[in-house]
Design a protein around this ligand. Structure first.
Ligand code: ATP
Ligand code: MG
Length: 361
């Protein structure tokens, strides 16, 4: 065994199937691989406040929701520590010191932050905290000395920024921090799952999500109203599968065995796609199949969620315990960082000893 995982999500809403295929499914697989010494999964409430400062109620109410989402997808609290970011002051402290190692122009070049600023219409009123969240993310990752960060593709610039901070810190102060690697899903469709409206990314902020906690009825309404190929008007028309989110979702979720069960006209997804492309296959039939696939995948998640919802005090204890374990680890790293930066003044009277040495006393 070797390696440490750090990853997380913002409690700005319930988690959706984009989170599931982009990151959650991978986390559970890594957790169950037994290849990691420690796993930390963070509910990033402090980061959520960087663009929701005026809505702390939303952030607070979504903490338990996200914890339930984690547990329902199969995060095992006896293996993985689920913790709450704001309760670990060491993360904020690290962020402050890392800020000295990053330039404003470097932050301005971050393509994900650029896109998010545009999406939120911040224009000239960007909160400083939001602008600098890649630095706080570097603090989160390095505090745990994470080697692997399973996240969606949009997080790539953050991991690169973290690696730069690590290299800079280690070259200035000595080898303390560890460079992390991003772990992306192998399946291309999962890198950035589009929204039900066909927009490039399913995102809580865009309201185009199928949530892990949605009921069968919710999922049915959303799937039946999904955007498809706008030029596929009649069943007989040839249709496009590229950029058609119904097929992207099938790419992300479908297994061959579902065809035998729910759509025996085809043996596999390629056959279904070929029929759609040449014409003669209607959207409703494809959507009904997708609905069956999604319900099949969501059924065990719904069942586990209901189980944990019936014992919420256990969920609360899981968060408290995970947060305590995470704080201990972050405190160890912060102590090493402060020592390397020569700001551990009161450790073994270091400040006094250094003064005496310099002045020959
Ligand atoms: P917000 O709109 O508040 O930013 P979000 O839906 O973008 O919310 P985050 O909490 O920012 O969700 O992202 C959490 C994790 O899920 C990240 O690792 C991100 O890369 C991944 N992720 C989010 N949306 C998708 C998606 N549509 N496809 C694949 N991965 C995704
Ligand atoms: Mg996001």
């Amino acid at each position: 065994m070797s390696g440490i995982i750090l990853t997380g999500d913002r409690p700005t809403g319930k988690l959706h199937v984009g989170h599931f295929v982009g990151s959650l499914r991978q986390r559970v697989a890594l957790q169950n691989s037994n290849k990691f010494d420690e796993i930390f999964i963070m509910i990033a409430d402090a980061q959520a406040l960087t663009d929701n400062a005026d809505n702390p109620g939303k952030v607070r109410e979504n903490i338990i929701e996200v914890a339930l989402d984690y547990l329902s997808v199969g995060i095992d609290p006896s293996v993985s520590n689920i913790f709450i970011q704001s309760q670990i002051p060491q993360l904020t402290e690290l962020t402050f010191y890392y800020m000295n190692l990053v330039t404003v122009s470097r932050l301005q070049r971050n393509p994900t932050v650029k896109a998010e600023i545009q999406m939120r219409n911040f224009e000239t009123s960007i909160p400083v905290g939001f602008f600098t969240y890649p630095i706080s993310q570097a603090a989160d990752i390095t505090a745990f000395k994470a080697t692997a960060v399973p996240v969606g593709e949009d997080q790539e610039p953050m991991i690169e920024q973290t690696r730069e901070i690590v290299r800079k810190f280690n070259s200035v102060y000595g080898e303390v921090l560890v460079e992390p690697e991003i772990v992306l899903p192998d399946n291309k469709a999962c890198l950035r799952l589009p929204g039900t409206d066909g927009k490039a990314k399913m995102s809580k902020s865009l309201g185009n999500c199928i949530y892990l906690s949605d009921t069968e009825a919710d999922v049915k309404t959303k799937v039946m109203n999904m955007f498809t190929d706008p030029d596929h008007l009649k069943v007989t028309d040839p249709g496009k599968v590229d950029g058609n989110p119904v097929f992207t979702y099938l790419d992300a979720f479908c297994k061959d065995e579902y065809f035998a069960q729910y759509c025996p006209d085809y043996a596999c997804l390629d056959e279904m796609k070929a029929h759609y492309k040449r014409g003669g296959l209607g959207d409703v039939k494809v959507k009904k199949f997708l609905l069956a696939v999604l319900n099949e995948e969501l059924a065990p998640i719904r069942a586990r969620r209901a189980e944990y919802e019936s014992r919420l005090s256990d969920v609360y204890d899981i968060l408290k315990t995970g947060t305590a374990v995470a704080e201990k680890k972050a405190a160890e790293t912060l102590a090493e960082v402060k020592s390397a930066m020569k700001i551990d003044y009161f450790e073994n009277d270091v400040i006094l000893r250094a003064y005496k040495e310099k002045n020959g006393r």
